[in-house]
Design a protein around this ligand. Sequence first.
Ligand code: G3P
Ligand code: CA
Length: 289
Amino acid sequence: MHAHAVAAAATAALGATVLLSPGPDGRPVRAAQPTVVAHRGASAYAPENTLSAIDKAARLGFSWVENDVQRTKDGKLVVIHDDSLARTTNVEDVFPGRAPWKVKDFTAAEIARLDAGSWFSPAYAGARVPTLDRYMRRVERNHEKLLLEVKNPELYPGIEAQILKSLSNEGWLDRAHQNRLIVQSFSADSIRTVHRLKPALTTGYLGRPKVADLGGYAGFADLVNPAYADISASYVSAAHALKGPHGKPLRVFTWTVNDAATARKVRGYGVDGIITNKPDVVRTALSAD
Ligand code: G3P
Ligand code: CA
């Protein structure tokens, strides 16, 4: 259907581009291009979950970025994917006696000393693990939109309320930001909690519930976000046939798609969003035909 798209017509809610394409009878029909989300920022080109990674996404022309939020020993929210600092910082050099270097065992001041860029490239030496507050200010400054993942919530009791408080303090829970924020997690309990605490917020469940169970998820999640290898056109259609908590079809953002062929395949399935380390590759793939 997208192969013969003739004109970009508008920008729909949450950033999906709407195209006018010839339908079966040749008359134009509306068809949405998937929203492209820069996974952990533009993480193929800059160190994941750093300010550099979301700056890079902005420079490439992408508004949606994804991140991962966890909590330090002294209760500060930070943006990092693994539950350990070892892979993406120089923590083993700075604190050699502190294996296994869990995020939850280090204070925010200790984490602020770490280099979160050199592991990726010397060009990013000195990049830091951002606090969530600092990260949100950069998202705002860049006019970006955020798919925020509550990562490993079982390690951090009460983190959902704490994240909402931080978002509120930074001005991200007002109506003006409603179409610029989605909160997702692999934990259904965590997303249920976010929905209960802030029903207006858009939420996503990370995973692939059975089709028979999708209705239950639609009670508290606006999106289900499965790995691309786990979906099909019929799965996406089954999701779209349901309505989420805000009365709109249950949407599907899939991850992590880093090549053109897969991007085109999942678009053919009808997904609403594609989460990728290489947003430029996905954009080129989707605009090539
Ligand atoms: O947004 C989807 C994706 O981030 C889920 O996997 O491990 O990269 O957080 P992971
Ligand atoms: Ca993530």
